[in-house]
Every structure is written in structure tokens, then in C-alpha cells.
Design a protein around this ligand. Structure first.
Ligand SMILES: Nc1ncnc2c1ncn2[C@@H]1O[C@H](COP(=O)(O)OP(=O)(O)OP(=O)(O)O)[C@@H](O)[C@H]1O
Length: 230
């Protein structure tokens, strides 16, 4: 079997989350969820505040233990998924890397070439010698997203990667995601729907604990479900 430098299988891969049920204090947040992402795809996950998007990403990554959760790659169960080398990485809604960590070191740890990862963002170059905590909020978000995007994993899960990033960089980051999906599968949640919708191959909406795959007129359905105002 052909493998990438990180030792992961190089062929197409399918990540499935199945039968995910999560309740807090008797309130069902996720009910029997099924979600599928394959390499070469960007999958968008939308939903109103509190609908359970972050809980779902945490569960798929394995950061949240959920009884009976089935997360599979090419049909094989991988729980927790983060233990499988080269399988997936995850940008949480909060900070990913410790503030004291120098950016160069973070890139080395993730085996990412910082120059290549930021090639389309020359303004970031003067910040290469910074520690994560010395970066502005938007720059830190952008750099952490770029590092995970360029890391050699089959999948990346992004929880609000555009948050705090200025519009001109959001546009370029969305283009980078489209370019890099040739190498991996992306599962992305972000309320910047104007940027998310055009780059996604598949759109899911989390609504009242259920995951709905949107097909056809996506914007109209998002309005019907009360996610978009108009
Ligand atoms: N540890 C916890 N204990 C109790 N309730 C929790 C816990 N974690 C999350 N929740 C609840 O689960 C629900 C889903 O939260 P989650 O953070 O996944 O929402 P979200 O869709 O990501 O929202 P947003 O768009 O605001 O980021 C919320 O009602 C939240 O209060």
C-alpha cells in the first residue's frame, strides 16, 4: 500500500460518524447522527448557536467520549480517532496551541513548512519569530488553521476557522481550503455562510438534534430552518 510521508495510506478515505447520541442533563443535543466526509471533499456543518456543532466535532475527533459512538475510516472503527497517526487533526473553537509556544516550533511539531503554508499570506512573514500568545487574535486563528490545513493528515476538522480573521484573508483562506482538499477531506463549521457555502461539496444542518443533509436550494432551506434571516 502506498503511504504518505506521515505514514498514512495515500488512497481515498471515507470518514463516517454514526449513531452519535449526546445528552446533557436529560436534554438531547445530538440524536442518532450520521455524517460522512471523504478525501477530496469539503463538508460544511451549519446550525444555530447551541445546536451541537462543536460537540459533534469533539466527538468525531475523540476529545469527548460518547458511549456507542461509531467513528469509522473506510469501514474500520477508530475510537478515539486522534490516536490513529496521520488520520485527522482538529481546530477547536478556542485556542489550539499554548501561548508560550514559538510559531516555528509549532510548525516543526506538525511537520509543516511554514513558508509553504503561508505562501499566499506574505503579511504573516514578519510574525514567524513570535510565540502564539504574541500574535493578534485573527493572525493566531489564521496561522493555526493554515498549520492544520497543511499538515499531512487525511482529514482536518475546523471549528470556526474564519472567526476573527479579516475579510481579505478569509477569502484567500477559503481558496486555500479548496486547493488543499485535493490532498485531504475537510469538515468545517463556521457562521460565515457566505464564504462557507460556495466552497462546500456537501452541506449539513444540525437542527434540533438531527443532522439534515441539504440538497437543492440550500439557502431557501437554511431560511426555512431559521438559520438565515433572508
Ligand atoms: N459540558 C457541557 N455540559 C452541559 N452542556 C453542554 C456542555 N457542552 C456543551 N453543552 C451544551 O450543548 C449544546 C451544544 O453546544 P455546542 O457548543 O456544540 O453548540 P454549537 O452549535 O457549537 O454553538 P455555537 O454556534 O454557539 O458555537 C449547547 O446547548 C451547550 O450549552
Amino acid at each position: 500500500m502506498r503511504r504518505t510521508a506521515a505514514g498514512r495510506p495515500a488512497g481515498p478515505q471515507v470518514l463516517e460518524a454514526d449513531g452519535i447520541q449526546v445528552a446533557f442533563a436529560g436534554r438531547q443535543v445530538l440524536a442518532n447522527i450520521y455524517l460522512r466526509v471523504q478525501t477530496g471533499q469539503i463538508v460544511g456543518l451549519l446550525g444555530r448557536n447551541g445546536s451541537g456543532k462543536s460537540v459533534l466535532l469533539q466527538t468525531i475527533f475523540g476529545a469527548r467520549a460518547v458511549a456507542d459512538a461509531s467513528v469509522r475510516v473506510n469501514g474500520q472503527r477508530v475510537v478515539p480517532a486522534f490516536r490513529r497517526p496521520g488520520l485527522l487533526n482538529y481546530l477547536p473553537q478556542g485556542p489550539l496551541l499554548p501561548p508560550s509556544l514559538p510559531l516555528h516550533q509549532a510548525a516543526r511539531m506538525l511537520r509543516v513548512d511554514l513558508n509553504a503554508a503561508t505562501a499566499r499570506f506574505p503579511e504573516l512573514r514578519p510574525q514567524f519569530d513570535c510565540r502564539i500568545g504574541e500574535l493578534s487574535g485573527g493572525s493566531a486563528r489564521l496561522l493555526q488553521t493554515l498549520l492544520l490545513l497543511h499538515a499531512d493528515t487525511a482529514f482536518s476538522l475546523f471549528d470556526e476557522p474564519f472567526s476573527g480573521v479579516m475579510p481579505v484573508h478569509v477569502e484567500t483562506l477559503a481558496e486555500e481550503m479548496q486547493r488543499l482538499k485535493q490532498r485531504k477531506g475537510l469538515l468545517l463549521t463556521d457562521h460565515r455562510h457566505a464564504e462557507v457555502l460556495p466552497i462546500c461539496d456537501v452541506i449539513y444542518l444540525l437542527h434540533q438534534g438531527r443532522l439534515v443533509k441539504l440538497e437543492g436550494n440550500v439557502r431557501e432551506q437554511l431560511r426555512d430552518f431559521g438559520y438565515l434571516a433572508q
